[in-house]
Design a binder for this molecule. Structure first.
Ligand code: PEP
Ligand code: MG
Length: 313
């Protein structure tokens, strides 16, 4: 079976009833960009750009960043690249960017909040991304957005840089990792071009369970109906405005979650390189109509184990 899936890796992921689902790859290093094509991914659904900034003693300048991002675009041969702007802070400090110690780093100054304190850094990153893209499809998204003002700030910065660089095929969106954004999705959907749901953090913040705490791993399940409801709110709000929604957290490659995400209306799944072929094959086994029925049942379930149990009925 695995061999058959591999043979079909370059075919689109289309459900039994004819709905196409995008399947993209998560990348944490542009050095792996060539593998994106090899495994049959339709693009990069999440480039974690932290690798450009970590494990070094000083901030990377424009040219250094350009080289990394160009490497990715060159390997992708016209396929879209979703780049997440720098997502550090809290538990992921940068050596050249000392921040005050916090009691609750996961609730502290991280992601876009940290960039707001260092606008020059985000400006340089946006400039490098836009310059590297040129005429190639670039999707930029901001991490850890919780509040409208954060989106407005980041978007204004983007608009300023884009007016100078003028890349031709760019969309700007946000990650949905904080419940406030899902709850307010209708507001954000007016302005963003797309949403990408980071289920790792969205689960952590919805359930108030540290994603790195092994003792909570069993309870901290992205299939909790509360998380599924938030995903549904995002998809419904986005589609009402003609915007698309991807899922780039771990949940996207959970075989039990896959039909539920499709049933909730998610447009793209972005998974690790080694899972792309399998996820495409799994999409082909489902019809969207049965996924929708399953999703409806899941939304009525009492907890995550009950959602997982649906498959046995
Ligand atoms: C997420 O939170 O689901 C996500 C994709 O981002 P990261 O895992 O890098 O925090
Ligand atoms: Mg995250």
């Amino acid at each position: 079976q695995a061999e058959q899936d591999w043979m079909r890796r370059h075919d689109a992921a289309i459900t039994l009833d004819g709905h196409r689902i995008g399947v993209a790859a998560n990348l944490a290093d542009t050095g792996q960009a060539r593998e994106v094509m090899e495994v049959g991914a339709e693009g990069v659904g999440l480039l974690r750009t932290e690798f450009v900034f970590m494990a070094r003693h000083s901030e990377p300048d424009l040219d250094e960043q350009l080289a990394f991002y160009r490497q990715a675009f060159d390997a992708l041969d016209g396929r879209p690249l979703v780049a997440r702007t720098l997502d550090v802070g809290g538990d992921k400090p940068l050596p050249y960017w000392p921040v005050p110690k916090e009691d609750n780093p996961f609730l502290g100054v991280r992601g876009i909040r940290l960039c707001m304190q260092k606008p020059e850094l985000l400006k340089t990153q946006l400039r490098a991304l836009l310059m590297a893209a040129g005429d190639r499809p670039l999707r930029i998204m901001f991490p850890m957005v919780a509040d409208w003002s954060e989106w407005r700030w980041a978007k204004a910065l983007f608009d300023k840089i884009q007016s100078e660089v003028q890349a031709t095929d760019v969309q700007v969106g946000i990650m949905v990792e904080v419940p406030s954004v899902a709850l307010n999705a209708a507001v954000f959907a007016e302005e963003v071009d797309f949403f990408s749901i980071g289920t790792n953090d969205l689960t952590q913040y919805t359930l108030a369970m540290d994603r790195g705490n092994g003792g909570l791993a069993r309870l901290s399940d992205g299939l909790n109906p509360a998380v599924l409801r938030l995903i549904k709110m995002v998809v419904d709000a986005a589609h009402a405005k003609g915007k698309w929604v991807g899922v780039c957290g771990e949940l996207a490659s959970d075989p039990v979650a896959l039909p539920l995400l499709l049933g909730l209306g998610v447009d793209e799944l972005s998974v690790s390189l080694k899972r792309v072929t399998l996820v495409k094959a799994q999409v082909r086994e489902w019809s969207l109509s049965s996924c929708r029925k399953l999703a409806e049942q899941a939304l009525q379930a009492v907890d995550a184990p009950a959602v997982r149990q649906l498959y046995n009925n």
